[in-house]
Design a protein around this ligand. Structure first.
Ligand SMILES: [Zn+2]
Length: 497
C-alpha cells in the first residue's frame, strides 16, 4: 500500500482534465499539497492508505472554483450607498480617505471566508475599486486576512486613474493624515507589494500588477466610441511601460480593466500595449470587431462578469479569446458565489446572443475552472483534478431537493447549484472546511469584528444614513432624489470624481 494523507472516495468526480472525464464512483488521493491519484474508488482503496478517508457518496468531487476578478473592500460597502447612482465614487472616496489597515485585514478575512464557504479556492482581489496602492499596507493586510483563512489570494493593485498626484489619507490613532501621492510613489509601493507577497505562503499568495485601466486617458468605467478616439497621451504610454517593466522584473502577470476603445487606442503603440498571454482584462464591454481581433492575436485573456451584458462574448469566443466568468464581487449582484455567476452568465449571454443554443453548460463550467486557471496563468497548478496538480478540491452535496432528481451532474450544478451546497473544501492539500465547519476561524467573532470595523468607518465618513435608510421606501416605485450622494462634498474633501 502507498501512504497518502487524505482520500476522498465514493463520489461523482468531475475531473476537468484533458479528456473531461467524469467518474461515477470515483476517488481523489491527496499527498502533501498535491493530488497523487484520480480514478475509481476500488482502485484507490486497493493501492492507497491514508489517515483520513472522506466518504463522498451523494457528493460531487470537483476542482475548487476560480474567480479571476473580485474586489477587496466591497464586503463592507456592498450594502452602503448602494441605492444611489454614486456607489463607485462614494466607495472609492471611502477607500482612499477613511479606512485603515485593520479595515483591509478584517474585510479580507471576511471575504476569504465567503469564498471558502462557496467553494472558491482561488480568488483575485483588486484592492478597492480603483486600486489603493499609496502604501503597501492595504495589500499586505488583505493578504494576511486571506492567509489566516487559507484560500489562494491573488492580490491585485497598482496606480489609479489620472490626474496625478492623487490625494490619500491614512488614519492613525483616530487622526486623518492626508498626503498627495505621485505616480512614482505608487509604483514604488507596488514593487514592495509584489516583492513581499508574490509566490509566498506555499504559492497561496500571489500578487499581480493592476493599474485601474489599460489606458488612462479614456472613461475608466465604460466604452468610448472609436470615432471619439484621438491619441495615446504621454501618461498612457508611461503607465503601460512602467506596468510592463514591473511585471517583467518580478516575473508576475498583469490584470486590469478594459472597455471598448481602449484596445484600439492602445494599438497605436504595440510596443507598450497591456496585452499578451500574461494579461487578463476585465469587463471588455462594447469591444469593437477590430479590437476583438487585436485582443485575440495578442493571446490575452478576458474576464467577464455576468451583469456587464455588453461584452461581445459570442464574438470574443468565436475569435478564440479565452473568456472566463468572474463575480466582480462582492459588491455587485452575484456576491462571491461562482455557481450563481456561472448561471447568470449563461442566462444573460444567451439572451444577448438571442440564441438559446449558445453556451453549453459544460463550456460554462470550463469558464469557472480550467479556463479561469489559464486566464490567471495557473493552469499548470490548479483548475482540474489531475495527479501532480495542487489539491484544491471541493465536494458538493447533490442529495438536496434543488439538485434532485439527478441526471447530468454538470447541468444540475450550473442550473441549480449554489455556493452553500459546497460542504467540504480541500485547499492545497488541507481539509479547510468539513461539513461546512471551518474550525480554525471563529466565524461569529469575525462577523462581529466586521460589523464593528464597518460601523466605525461609516461613522468616520458620515455614511450611516446611507447604510440604513430612513424612512424605508415601502410601496414606492422610485428612490427620491434627496437620497443621492453629494459629490460636491466629496470634491471639497479631496476626492477625484
Ligand atoms: Zn471589478
Amino acid at each position: 500500500m502507498i501512504s497518502a494523507d487524505l482520500i476522498l472516495k465514493g463520489g461523482i468526480v468531475i475531473t476537468m482534465d484533458g479528456s473531461r472525464r467524469i467518474l461515477q464512483d470515483g476517488a481523489v488521493v491527496v499527498t502533501g499539497n498535491s493530488i497523487t491519484f484520480v480514478g475509481d474508488t476500488a482502485e484507490a482503496m486497493a493501492r492507497y492508505e491514508a489517515p483520513r478517508v472522506l466518504d463522498c457518496s451523494g457528493h460531487v468531487i470537483m476542482p475548487g472554483l476560480i474567480d479571476a476578478h473580485g474586489h477587496g473592500g466591497h464586503s463592507f460597502t456592498r450594502f452602503v450607498v448602494k441605492e444611489t447612482n454614486n456607489w463607485m465614487p462614494a466607495m472609492t472616496h471611502m477607500y482612499q480617505h477613511y479606512v485603515d489597515d485593520e479595515f483591509w485585514y478584517v474585510e479580507g478575512k471576511l471575504q476569504a471566508m465567503q469564498r471558502l464557504r462557496a467553494g472558491v479556492t482561488t480568488g483575485v482581489c483588486v484592492m478597492g475599486s480603483q486600486p489603493r496602492c499609496d502604501t503597501a499596507g492595504p495589500a499586505l493586510a488583505n493578504a494576511k486576512g486571506y492567509a489566516e483563512v487559507g484560500i489562494r489570494d491573488i492580490v491585485c493593485t497598482g496606480p489609479q486613474h489620472v490626474p496625478w498626484p492623487h490625494n490619500f489619507s491614512r488614519w492613525e490613532n483616530g487622526k486623518r493624515i492626508r498626503k498627495a501621492v505621485t505616480f512614482e510613489e505608487v509604483c514604488e509601493s507596488l514593487e514592495e507589494v509584489i516583492s513581499t507577497l508574490n509566490h509566498t505562503n506555499d504559492e497561496k499568495t500571489l500578487a499581480y500588477v493592476t493599474p485601474f485601466g489599460m489606458v488612462t486617458s479614456l472613461n475608466p468605467s465604460g466604452a468610448t466610441p472609436l470615432s471619439e478616439l484621438t491619441q495615446l497621451t504621454d501618461h498612457d504610454i508611461r503607465q503601460a511601460q512602467e506596468m510592463r517593466r514591473i511585471a517583467d522584473k518580478y516575473h508576475t502577470r498583469i490584470h486590469t480593466d478594459c472597455f471598448g476603445g481602449m484596445v484600439k487606442l492602445a494599438s497605436q503603440r504595440p510596443d507598450c500595449m497591456l496585452l499578451g498571454p500574461d494579461v487578463h482584462l476585465q469587463h471588455c464591454t462594447n469591444l469593437a470587431d477590430e479590437e476583438i481581433e487585436i485582443f485575440a492575436r495578442s493571446g490575452a485573456h478576458a474576464g467577464v462578469a455576468p451583469y456587464w451584458s455588453n461584452a461581445p462574448v459570442e464574438k470574443m469566443l468565436a475569435a478564440g479569446i479565452n473568456v472566463v466568468i468572474t463575480t466582480d464581487g462582492p459588491g455587485d449582484n452575484c456576491d462571491m458565489d461562482m455557481f450563481m455567476a456561472m448561471r447568470m452568465f449563461a442566462i444573460n449571454y444567451r439572451r444577448d446572443a438571442d440564441n438559446s443554443y449558445f453556451l453549453p453548460y459544460e463550456k460554462v463550467l470550463e469558464m469557472g475552472t480550467i479556463n479561469a486557471a489559464k486566464a490567471i496563468g495557473l493552469d499548470h497548478m490548479i483548475g482540474s483534478l489531475e495527479p501532480g496538480k495542487r489539491a484544491d478540491i471541493i465536494t458538493v452535496d447533490v442529495t438536496t431537493p434543488r439538485l434532485s432528481p439527478l441526471y447530468n451532474v454538470v447541468h444540475a450544478l450550473i442550473l441549480s447549484g449554489l455556493g452553500s451546497d459546497v460542504d467540504n473544501v480541500v485547499m492545497n492539500g488541507q481539509l479547510l472546511m468539513e461539513n461546512r465547519k471551518v474550525p480554525h476561524v471563529d466565524l461569529k467573532a469575525l462577523c462581529a469584528k466586521a460589523q464593528e470595523v464597518s460601523d466605525e468607518v461609516n461613522a468616520r465618513i458620515g455614511f450611516e444614513k446611507f447604510a440604513d435608510r430612513k424612512p424605508a421606501l415601502w410601496g414606492k416605485n422610485y428612490i427620491p432624489d434627496e437620497e443621492l450622494f453629494d459629490l460636491e462634498w466629496q470634491r471639497r474633501d479631496g476626492g477625484h470624481y
